[in-house]
Design a protein around this ligand. Sequence first.
Ligand SMILES: [Zn+2]
Length: 162
Amino acid sequence: MRDFARGDPSASGAPRPDPLGLAFDAAREAAARGEVPVGAVVVRDGAVLAVAGNRPRADRDPTAHAEILAIRAACAALADERLTGCDLYVTLEPCAMCAGAISFARIRRLYFAAGDPKGGAVEHGPRFFNQPTCHHAPEVYGGLRESEAAALLRDFFRDRRS
Ligand SMILES: [Zn+2]
């Protein structure tokens, strides 16, 4: 047993998920497909509802960011247009589009790994959740496993240039 053995009385013997770890796995899978390596996971009450990696190239869809795909899949799983009580884990600071979707989805908490000074919209750029036109802001926890996330992106873009 690994460290997820720490007891959760609600768990029926199932291992506790490591949502950010799953998001990193999805990001690496995206990189292997030639997509920018970003992964996202939606969790509610300790259960993983959706895991997604970036797919704009594969889907020929500029909106197919990992966060959007994970939110769509979680909404489908819950048959609900809102993800009340759900938390989103993502390997990179969300962009403006995804920050908007996170707000509309009523995500409770946002956990992200690396900040994105070039494209992020949470701690950078528009700082969407701080705007008066944003009507639901999640609790935000950034900088988790930041160096690992930054290395993932750096390696991806270095390999593409070479
Ligand atoms: Zn995005």
